[in-house]
Design a protein around this ligand. Sequence first.
Ligand SMILES: O=P(O)(O)OC[C@H]1O[C@H](OP(=O)(O)OP(=O)(O)O)[C@H](O)[C@@H]1O
Ligand code: HPA
Length: 199
Amino acid sequence: MLDFHHERARALLANATQIVTPTEVQAAVTSVADQLNARFAAPGATEFPLVLGVMGGAVVFTGTLLPQLAFPLDFDYIHVSRYGDDDRGGELVWKVIPRQNVAGRTILLVDDILDEGETLAHVKQRLLDMGAAEVMVVVFADKDLGRAKPITADLIGLSLPNKFVVGFGMDVYGYWRNLPGLWTIRPEDLKQAAPELAG
Ligand SMILES: O=P(O)(O)OC[C@H]1O[C@H](OP(=O)(O)OP(=O)(O)O)[C@H](O)[C@@H]1O
Ligand code: HPA
Protein backbone atom coordinates (compact mmCIF):
# COMPACT_ATOMS: atom_id res chain seq x y z
CA MET A 1 0.00 0.00 0.00
CA LEU A 2 2.76 2.45 0.89
CA ASP A 3 4.62 1.49 -2.31
CA PHE A 4 1.45 2.34 -4.23
CA HIS A 5 1.32 5.83 -2.73
CA HIS A 6 5.02 6.41 -3.30
CA GLU A 7 4.75 5.44 -6.96
CA ARG A 8 1.51 7.36 -7.55
CA ALA A 9 2.94 10.52 -6.00
CA ARG A 10 6.09 10.24 -8.12
CA ALA A 11 4.11 9.61 -11.31
CA LEU A 12 1.93 12.68 -10.72
CA LEU A 13 4.98 14.87 -10.25
CA ALA A 14 6.84 13.38 -13.21
CA ASN A 15 4.12 14.72 -15.51
CA ALA A 16 3.72 18.04 -13.69
CA THR A 17 5.02 21.46 -14.77
CA GLN A 18 6.65 23.97 -12.45
CA ILE A 19 4.87 27.33 -12.71
CA VAL A 20 6.37 29.17 -9.71
CA THR A 21 9.94 28.68 -8.48
CA PRO A 22 10.85 28.36 -4.79
CA THR A 23 12.51 31.80 -4.99
CA GLU A 24 9.31 33.35 -6.34
CA VAL A 25 7.32 31.62 -3.60
CA GLN A 26 9.53 33.12 -0.90
CA ALA A 27 9.29 36.59 -2.50
CA ALA A 28 5.49 36.35 -2.47
CA VAL A 29 5.47 35.46 1.24
CA THR A 30 7.75 38.39 2.03
CA SER A 31 5.49 40.74 0.10
CA VAL A 32 2.51 39.60 2.20
CA ALA A 33 4.56 40.00 5.41
CA ASP A 34 5.63 43.51 4.37
CA GLN A 35 2.02 44.55 3.83
CA LEU A 36 0.95 43.15 7.20
CA ASN A 37 3.91 44.84 8.92
CA ALA A 38 2.96 48.15 7.27
CA ARG A 39 -0.28 48.11 9.29
CA PHE A 40 0.44 46.12 12.44
CA ALA A 41 4.11 47.05 13.01
CA ALA A 42 3.72 50.73 12.12
CA PRO A 43 4.93 53.24 14.71
CA GLY A 44 2.19 53.68 17.29
CA ALA A 45 0.27 50.53 16.23
CA THR A 46 -1.24 48.78 19.24
CA GLU A 47 -3.35 45.99 17.75
CA PHE A 48 -2.81 42.43 18.93
CA PRO A 49 -4.27 40.30 16.10
CA LEU A 50 -5.07 36.60 16.20
CA VAL A 51 -3.45 34.74 13.30
CA LEU A 52 -5.71 31.80 12.45
CA GLY A 53 -4.26 29.18 10.09
CA VAL A 54 -6.74 27.08 8.08
CA MET A 55 -5.28 23.60 8.31
CA GLY A 56 -4.04 21.57 6.64
CA GLY A 57 -3.15 23.58 3.49
CA ALA A 58 -2.10 26.71 5.39
CA VAL A 59 0.61 24.93 7.37
CA VAL A 60 3.55 25.83 5.11
CA PHE A 61 2.49 29.40 4.31
CA THR A 62 1.70 30.13 7.96
CA GLY A 63 4.99 28.64 9.13
CA THR A 64 6.94 30.72 6.60
CA LEU A 65 4.98 33.91 7.22
CA LEU A 66 4.96 33.99 11.02
CA PRO A 67 8.71 34.60 11.55
CA GLN A 68 8.50 37.55 9.14
CA LEU A 69 5.79 39.32 11.13
CA ALA A 70 7.33 42.03 13.31
CA PHE A 71 4.46 42.74 15.73
CA PRO A 72 2.92 41.05 18.78
CA LEU A 73 0.34 38.45 17.81
CA ASP A 74 -1.58 35.42 18.95
CA PHE A 75 -1.66 32.19 16.93
CA ASP A 76 -4.31 29.49 16.67
CA TYR A 77 -5.67 27.19 13.98
CA ILE A 78 -8.86 25.74 12.65
CA HIS A 79 -9.17 22.67 10.43
CA VAL A 80 -11.66 22.49 7.62
CA SER A 81 -11.71 20.53 4.39
CA ARG A 82 -13.78 20.77 1.21
CA TYR A 83 -11.67 18.76 -1.21
CA GLY A 84 -10.56 15.87 1.04
CA ASP A 85 -8.50 13.61 -1.19
CA ASP A 86 -10.30 14.79 -4.31
CA ASP A 87 -9.48 17.37 -6.99
CA ARG A 88 -12.96 18.93 -6.88
CA GLY A 89 -14.52 20.83 -3.99
CA GLY A 90 -17.51 19.27 -2.23
CA GLU A 91 -19.21 19.64 1.10
CA LEU A 92 -17.29 21.60 3.71
CA VAL A 93 -16.27 19.41 6.67
CA TRP A 94 -15.24 21.01 9.98
CA LYS A 95 -12.53 19.03 11.78
CA VAL A 96 -11.48 21.67 14.35
CA ILE A 97 -13.91 24.52 14.92
CA PRO A 98 -12.89 28.05 16.02
CA ARG A 99 -12.45 28.55 19.75
CA GLN A 100 -14.26 31.26 21.69
CA ASN A 101 -11.01 33.29 21.70
CA VAL A 102 -12.08 34.78 18.33
CA ALA A 103 -14.71 37.05 19.93
CA GLY A 104 -13.80 40.73 19.76
CA ARG A 105 -10.53 40.06 17.94
CA THR A 106 -8.94 41.28 14.72
CA ILE A 107 -8.30 37.98 12.93
CA LEU A 108 -5.77 37.34 10.19
CA LEU A 109 -7.33 34.33 8.50
CA VAL A 110 -4.44 32.63 6.69
CA ASP A 111 -4.85 30.00 3.96
CA ASP A 112 -2.84 28.61 1.06
CA ILE A 113 -5.33 29.14 -1.75
CA LEU A 114 -8.55 30.91 -2.55
CA ASP A 115 -9.98 28.82 -5.37
CA GLU A 116 -13.79 28.90 -5.70
CA GLY A 117 -13.86 30.84 -2.43
CA GLU A 118 -16.43 28.61 -0.74
CA THR A 119 -14.14 27.61 2.14
CA LEU A 120 -13.02 31.09 3.18
CA ALA A 121 -16.46 32.65 2.65
CA HIS A 122 -17.93 30.07 5.03
CA VAL A 123 -15.11 30.35 7.58
CA LYS A 124 -15.15 34.15 7.60
CA GLN A 125 -18.91 34.21 8.18
CA ARG A 126 -18.60 31.73 11.03
CA LEU A 127 -15.93 33.89 12.70
CA LEU A 128 -18.07 37.03 12.32
CA ASP A 129 -21.07 35.13 13.73
CA MET A 130 -18.89 34.24 16.74
CA GLY A 131 -18.20 37.92 17.36
CA ALA A 132 -14.87 38.54 15.60
CA ALA A 133 -14.35 42.31 15.31
CA GLU A 134 -12.59 42.11 11.92
CA VAL A 135 -11.56 39.23 9.67
CA MET A 136 -8.72 39.98 7.27
CA VAL A 137 -8.37 37.22 4.67
CA VAL A 138 -4.72 36.55 3.82
CA VAL A 139 -4.01 33.97 1.12
CA PHE A 140 -0.81 32.82 -0.42
CA ALA A 141 -2.48 32.28 -3.80
CA ASP A 142 -5.67 33.39 -5.52
CA LYS A 143 -6.77 31.30 -8.50
CA ASP A 144 -8.02 33.30 -11.47
CA LEU A 145 -11.29 31.58 -12.37
CA GLY A 146 -12.45 34.36 -14.69
CA ARG A 147 -15.69 34.69 -12.71
CA ALA A 148 -16.93 36.22 -9.47
CA LYS A 149 -16.29 34.46 -6.17
CA PRO A 150 -18.27 34.62 -2.89
CA ILE A 151 -15.30 36.28 -1.15
CA THR A 152 -12.33 38.47 -2.03
CA ALA A 153 -9.03 38.19 -0.17
CA ASP A 154 -7.64 41.29 1.56
CA LEU A 155 -4.04 40.24 0.91
CA ILE A 156 -2.77 37.93 -1.84
CA GLY A 157 0.76 36.62 -2.41
CA LEU A 158 0.32 35.34 -5.97
CA SER A 159 -2.34 35.04 -8.65
CA LEU A 160 -2.52 31.64 -10.30
CA PRO A 161 -4.04 30.38 -13.55
CA ASN A 162 -7.11 28.16 -13.45
CA LYS A 163 -5.23 24.88 -13.16
CA PHE A 164 -4.87 22.32 -10.39
CA VAL A 165 -1.77 23.32 -8.44
CA VAL A 166 0.42 21.55 -5.87
CA GLY A 167 3.20 22.64 -3.56
CA PHE A 168 3.76 25.02 -0.65
CA GLY A 169 0.96 23.38 1.33
CA MET A 170 -1.33 22.51 -1.59
CA ASP A 171 -1.85 18.81 -2.24
CA VAL A 172 -3.08 16.47 -4.91
CA TYR A 173 -4.75 13.45 -3.26
CA GLY A 174 -2.73 14.21 -0.13
CA TYR A 175 0.62 14.26 -1.95
CA TRP A 176 3.24 16.97 -2.44
CA ARG A 177 2.31 19.60 0.12
CA ASN A 178 6.05 19.64 0.80
CA LEU A 179 7.20 21.04 -2.56
CA PRO A 180 8.95 24.42 -2.17
CA GLY A 181 7.71 25.69 -5.58
CA LEU A 182 4.32 25.36 -7.31
CA TRP A 183 3.52 22.80 -10.00
CA THR A 184 0.46 22.17 -12.15
CA ILE A 185 -0.84 18.65 -12.50
CA ARG A 186 -1.74 17.46 -16.00
CA PRO A 187 -5.55 17.53 -16.35
CA GLU A 188 -5.53 13.95 -17.69
CA ASP A 189 -3.83 12.83 -14.47
CA LEU A 190 -6.68 14.16 -12.34
CA LYS A 191 -9.28 11.61 -11.19
CA GLN A 192 -12.16 13.62 -12.52
CA ALA A 193 -10.60 14.73 -15.80
CA ALA A 194 -11.75 18.35 -15.74
CA PRO A 195 -12.10 20.02 -19.15
CA GLU A 196 -12.12 23.54 -17.65
CA LEU A 197 -8.69 22.90 -16.10
CA ALA A 198 -7.18 21.78 -19.39
CA GLY A 199 -6.63 25.26 -20.92
O1 LIG B 1 -11.74 28.21 -2.39
P1 LIG B 1 -12.14 26.77 -2.30
O2 LIG B 1 -12.56 26.20 -3.63
O3 LIG B 1 -13.13 26.50 -1.21
O4 LIG B 1 -10.82 25.95 -1.97
C1 LIG B 1 -9.82 26.42 -1.09
C2 LIG B 1 -9.61 25.46 0.03
O5 LIG B 1 -9.24 24.19 -0.49
C3 LIG B 1 -8.08 23.72 0.17
O6 LIG B 1 -8.42 22.99 1.31
P2 LIG B 1 -8.85 21.45 1.22
O7 LIG B 1 -10.32 21.33 1.33
O8 LIG B 1 -8.19 20.82 0.04
O9 LIG B 1 -8.21 20.87 2.54
P3 LIG B 1 -6.65 20.96 2.95
O10 LIG B 1 -6.46 22.32 3.56
O11 LIG B 1 -6.48 19.88 3.95
O12 LIG B 1 -5.82 20.77 1.71
C4 LIG B 1 -7.35 25.00 0.56
O13 LIG B 1 -6.47 24.77 1.65
C5 LIG B 1 -8.46 25.94 0.90
O14 LIG B 1 -8.81 25.88 2.28
O1 HPA C 1 -5.57 23.87 -7.15
C1 HPA C 1 -5.62 23.37 -6.00
N1 HPA C 1 -4.64 22.53 -5.57
C2 HPA C 1 -4.64 21.96 -4.35
N2 HPA C 1 -5.60 22.16 -3.47
C3 HPA C 1 -6.61 22.99 -3.81
N3 HPA C 1 -7.68 23.36 -3.10
C4 HPA C 1 -8.39 24.19 -3.86
N4 HPA C 1 -7.79 24.35 -5.07
C5 HPA C 1 -6.66 23.60 -5.06
